[in-house]
Design a protein around this ligand. Sequence first.
Ligand code: C2E
Ligand code: CMP
Ligand code: CA
Ligand code: CA
Length: 398
Amino acid sequence: MSGKKVRRCHKDEVIFREGDEGDCAYLIEAGRVLIYLDDKEHEVPLRIVGQGEVFGEMSLIDASPRSASCRAVTDCHLIVVSKQQLLDRIKAVDPVVRLLMQVLLDRLRSQNDLIRGKGPGESAVGKVDPLEAEKKAALERIGLEHRIANGLDEDEFFPFYQPIYDLRTGELRGCEALIRWIGKDGTIVMPDVFMDVMEETYLILRGGQLMIEKSIRDLPKMLSHFVPGSSSFFVSINVSGRQFTDPGFIEHLESVRKRTGVPAELIKLELTERIMTEGTQALATLHDCRKLGYLLAIDDFGTGFSSLQYLAQMPLTDLKIDRGFIHKMQFDDKSLSVVKSLIFMADLLKLRTIAEGVETADQLALLRELGAQEAQGYHFARPLAFDKFMQLPKQFSV
Ligand code: C2E
Ligand code: CMP
Ligand code: CA
Ligand code: CA
């Protein structure tokens, strides 16, 4: 094990000089350090830092030369923070926060330039900024976040519905609600453009709530059109981790459902196994939902850190087979084995199996043979706006 690396400095020892390459930062365990600018004949003191303070971090954060010189004012005991230690942590930070850190560093450097008698930012002129691309990405992200929030205010997000058919009888069994952003000019924006930003921010709570509200509101119309007099039809709603673990999740879901009078047994919540990394509260909420009658599907199973332990713990009703496996199963033995084992396992656990991403008649035939129960995919229909969805056949010839 590498113990903590330390550096001992004597009084008046120069620790590093302005312009050096920065390879580590220091945490002062004991002693005091002067930070100063070397300005031709004389030095300009900037600040004295003492016990518990950090210095030498700026050059690591933005990969620039040391912005000032440092000298021990007393004997010092310093803990060395390696570049890697710091960079690993910075990498984990939200890109917008990284951008803000950069802004603060630039300000400090300009201030040092002014003290040196240079114009603000003069020392940066002509230098290539290694973080330019990252800054641009962070600014774009802030812009997208802002446009999504606006789109939510303007009611531009809607569920599209993709039909799910019974593989044995060809009957329409239900649908999956998939979010779409429809701009003022009618362009349809797909979730891969905005879902990550939504999920990383509070916006997912608003996006998630509107998907619950709109799709549950559409459900009674689907029922009376497709299965009049019976209620064997479901709408499946994707729920992300942050949304599911929000304390108001069940209360909101129940209030919407009660308003429409739809039984909970017709509403399926699609969750990924990542939900299980959210802690015990997520598991408790799963059980509460199941007790209330909601159907619970595990989505994308087998694509992440799948754990059979999770599968056994979660009170599930359905298992969705990821389209990655379906896509490859006819020419890749391993994918075929995964599909077979998933169907076998689901059977043992008494879970309904739904194959996603079925694009061809051959895939459909193979899935029937393997005993999957339901399927969705472009072979049947793409996700459709409500009106178009209502024109779909109630029966698919299998
Ligand atoms: P998902 O939940 O795995 O949804 C299935 C995706 O596969 C959908 O993409 C669907 O349009 C697509 N798909 C369906 N059939 C086929 C096929 O035959 N071939 C191919 N290549 N693709 C097919 P979509 O609508 O772009 O959604 C992408 C992902 O965004 C979803 O993956 C889901 O993770 C997320 N998402 C969509 N709507 C919501 C939502 O309302 N809430 C949350 N939390 N996530 C959502
Ligand atoms: P770095 O640029 O790696 O090396 C010099 C260090 O001095 C810098 O990191 C900061 O820790 C510190 N520093 C630079 N400018 C100032 C300032 N104006 N005030 C306080 N500390 C500074
Ligand atoms: Ca899904
Ligand atoms: Ca999926």
